[in-house]
Ligand binder design. Sequence first.
Ligand code: A3P
Length: 348
Amino acid sequence: MDEKDIPRNLREEEEEEEENLSEETKSSISSLPWEIDYLGNKLFKYQGYWYYEDILQAIPNFHKSFQPQETDIIVAAFPKSGTTWLKALTFALIQRSKHPLEEDNHPLLSHNPHEIVPYLELDLYLKSSKPDLTKFLSSSLSPRLFSTHMSLDALKAPLKESSCKIVYVCRNVKDVLVSLWHFLNANKGVEWGDFSQSEKISGVDDHSFEAMFESFCNGVTLYGPFEDHALSYWQGSLEDPKHVLFMMYEEFKAEPRTQVKRLAEFLDCPFTKEEEDSGSVDKILELCSLSNLSSLEINKTGTLDGVDFKTYFRKGQVGDWKSYMTPEMVNKIDMIIEEKLKGSGLKF
Ligand code: A3P
């Protein structure tokens, strides 16, 4: 594989961090409403969603400088909804003529999906106000592939006139919450954000599940509120189904072959009859399966920005929340979700 296929690695050449936080941005951030999250970090509310300060710099950078191309693909998810899986599946699908699925040196065997598919706001526009995107390949056979945790409300401004495709994976909120709690506990030493402006508030970092549950229910969680995030893509997919695909993690688990074919069709790279007959659908699913990815050396031992790759892979179990939530918690979160999703047609 060419090194240029791995944007994340190449980015490391640009190690020197760009000072891209203008005085204007600094003062507008400090005037935003803020709350302390369950990690004791300051989250700011910007256009309806909660972010750490450094991500808040990246979003206007992205809005100002991102030039979409017609063939771009963006995979999107609320954190812990199946982002890693969707990144792997989408990459394997769109690159299958260049990287045959049976190849011993398929990129997904030696790179974590997060190295292959960079986040717009967490990787590219966080490090630079104008990242050099010329490194990314772009053609109908090899489109640029990016990812994001931003809501569609935050993502769509620079994409308005473009015909790029957005795929969103949504997951049952209760499993997202449990997954997030495990992930944060497994990465306790990691600084989530640049807190130069807003120091960590000591003494309020309560890592209990109960504390996280309360923050989450109040919507005060990075990229939250969850329901608004999911609704933004749900509505986007109803308004513009050619360009926004809304998928469910649980449906992927229940009927993976149907869902991966649906994804391929949406991305204009459907499986041919020959491919179906030769088992390509199953090969993609196997390559990107939790058991396969988590057993690879890179994902057992690799790390990026202080996060061990192994912490992206846990159980992948639908309904794991049942072991963590009391009936009162279930009742509370179900009522919040029901109220927010009322009339939208979206159901969990
Ligand atoms: P659990 O913590 O419930 O096990 P994200 O990729 O958005 O960070 O989400 C992580 C969740 O997706 C974790 O859920 C993880 O186990 C699960 N996951 C990661 N890779 C997966 C894969 N290839 N297939 C299915 N689930 C996967």
